[in-house]
Design a protein around this ligand. Structure first.
Ligand code: NAI
Ligand code: MG
Length: 342
């Protein structure tokens, strides 16, 4: 056998529908000839069952070794005082960029031909949550105080990532989204760095600016004016869900978490316990995340074949799972995709 270079990567099946959709995705990736050499690890409830921790040390060690992971949805254990697995992963691997592309795949929704990407800063802003209460007149929660943090270095890292992404993916414009008219320090610094970095891309990628509230309105009125949007943590959290809404909700939304030490790819939806084990889950959000992972390792050839197969299966073969109005099972959809990849 000819030796094909493989790319070690961690695979986390996760909880609920996780194992079913991960199975579908690995089947389709195998058909594509994707080079991943999977190291299967547990997290979520599966992590608690296996190692008494929703994020076992073995899983962290695996991601530290591979620097690359595909993660199924995790059920957040209620009680037990576990910290959020996603927050722990973000911190452990300094996952500073959350990348959320939104592209119309199934026509006939509220908007046609949406194709934009949101880059959210993932480690700073108000989500560092330096919060406390001050008591007054017997009310311990009379006053709530919150401090956010923005660093010049943190702004540079995410904004540069957005511009580099634009160059690599043939995108024409990066829009800096801020609230620098009011929050002059915490988001003013972001805008200042954005304008500075944009100069390095003059003639290659256009730059544009929006105040966040105006941006939210314009995303509804005329979303086609946007291409790549880059913004701070809180604004990015809100706008990324808004953007998913432009293309029919979270069901088909992939996400990437990019860091200095690792990159982790996932579906935006959760573990869907209501349909787990029924064989009807839609694997496409995780499959699109796997497409982002192929882009990340420089295999645009494979990710574009995957995209084409997904488009044709849904829109030419008309094979869709129940959440998209079809009748296909996860397995039938998987088989149709494999046939399209041929
Ligand atoms: P959910 O996204 O799991 O489900 C919401 C609704 O969408 C359900 O009706 C579900 O059946 C449907 N749905 C979701 N994904 C689907 C798919 N691939 N195919 C067909 N239908 C799908 O959100 P929910 O119910 O709020 O959360 C369930 C669990 O997932 C919770 O424990 C939550 O904490 C966790 N969660 C984990 C995330 C992650 O690991 N990234 C993200 C969001 C939630
Ligand atoms: Mg959110």
């Amino acid at each position: 056998m000819a030796s094909v270079p493989t790319v070690p990567a961690t695979l986390i099946p996760g909880d609920g529908i996780g194992p079913e959709i991960v199975d579908s995705v690995t089947t389709v990736l195998d058909a594509l000839g994707a080079p991943f050499d999977w190291d299967r690890q547990a997290a979520g409830m599966a992590g608690i069952d296996a190692a008494g921790d929703p994020l076992p040390q073995a899983t962290l060690d695996s991601i530290a070794r591979t620097g690359l992971a595909l993660k199924g949805p995790l059920t957040t254990p209620s009680g037990g005082g576990y910290r959020s697995v996603n927050v722990r992963l973000r911190e452990a691997f300094k996952l500073y960029a959350n990348v959320r592309p939104a592209r119309t795949i199934v026509p006939g929704g509220r908007y046609e031909d949406i194709d934009l990407v949101l880059m959210r800063e993932n480690l700073e802003g108000y989500y560092v949550a330096h919060e406390h209460f001050i008591g007054l007149a017997g009310d311990p929660h009379a006053v709530a105080i919150s401090q956010g943090v923005t660093t010049r270095e943190g702004c540079r890292r995410i904004i540069r990532y957005a511009f580099e992404y634009a160059v690599k993916h043939g995108r024409k414009k990066v829009t800096l989204v801020h609230k620098a008219n009011i929050l002059k320090a915490i988001t003013g610094l972001f805008l200042e760095e954005g304008r500075e970095i944009a100069k390095d891309y003059a003639g290659k990628v256009a730059v544009d600016e929006r105040i966040v509230d105006a941006c939210a309105m314009q995303l509804v009125m005329n979303p086609w004016q946007f291409d790549v949007i880059v913004t701070t943590n809180l604004f990015g959290d809100i706008l990324s869900d808004q953007i998913a809404g432009l293309v029919g909700g979270l069901g088909m939304a992939p996400g990437a978490n990019i860091g200095e030490d690792a990159a982790i790819f996932e579906a935006v939806h959760g573990s869907a316990p209501d349909i787990a084990g029924k064989g009807i889950a839609n694997p496409l959000a995780l499959m699109l995340a796997a497409g982002l992972m192929l882009d990340h390792i420089g295999r645009q050839d494979l990710s574009s074949r995957l995209k084409t197969a997904i488009d044709q299966t849904l829109n030419v073969d008309q094979i869709r799972t129940g959440d998209l109005g079809g009748k296909a099972s996860t397995r039938e959809l998987t088989e149709a995709l494999v046939k399209r990849i041929g």
